[in-house]
Design a protein around this ligand. Structure first.
Ligand SMILES: [Fe+2]
Ligand SMILES: [Fe+2]
Length: 149
């Protein structure tokens, strides 16, 4: 599977779980807890493999300042979601109203980020990286994710 298909499939899985989480009520403590654990594991693995494998390949292949900008903006969005919003949510009482609000913010952040990757960075990566390299990156992403999860 090529890298872009692999990462896009990851997005679908995590976005569906975030959608479900954001729709839960504060009474759904057990479901919230389960979903949150899965989302955290998926998001952490996904951002890590992108930062270790895909983003460096994209940056290396980049030709224009717009490519660099895309890279740095994506890194900042990972930082916001992974270092600030997700850890905050993990510390929040699952049966609280704060949790509902924070889950929604994380969902919106990830929706925005995944859309930018899929609409801007990935199409650009298809132009910059050849088919063979995208396939090879896809294999490395899958192998690294299997190690992490
Ligand atoms: Fe990302
Ligand atoms: Fe992604």
């Amino acid at each position: 599977m090529d890298a872009i298909t692999f990462l896009t499939n990851d997005h679908k899985v995590v976005r569906a779980m975030l959608e479900e989480l954001a729709a839960t009520t504060k009474r759904a403590v057990k479901r919230r807890t389960e979903l949150l654990q899965k989302i955290a594991a998926e998001l952490e693995a996904h951002t890590q493999i992108e930062e270790e494998i895909f983003y460096p390949a994209f940056k290396e292949a980049g030709e224009k300042s717009d490519d660099d900008k895309m890279f740095f903006e994506a890194m900042e969005e990972h930082r916001t979601a992974g270092d600030l919003v997700l850890p905050d949510l993990l510390q929040t009482e699952v049966g609280s109203d704060q949790f509902s609000g924070r889950a929604k913010v994380l969902k919106e952040l990830i929706d925005h980020h995944a859309k930018e990757e899929e609409k801007e960075m990935f199409p650009r990566a298809r132009k910059l990286l050849g088919k063979a390299e995208l396939n090879e990156l896809g294999e490395r992403l899958a192998a690294r994710k299997a190690e992490l999860i």
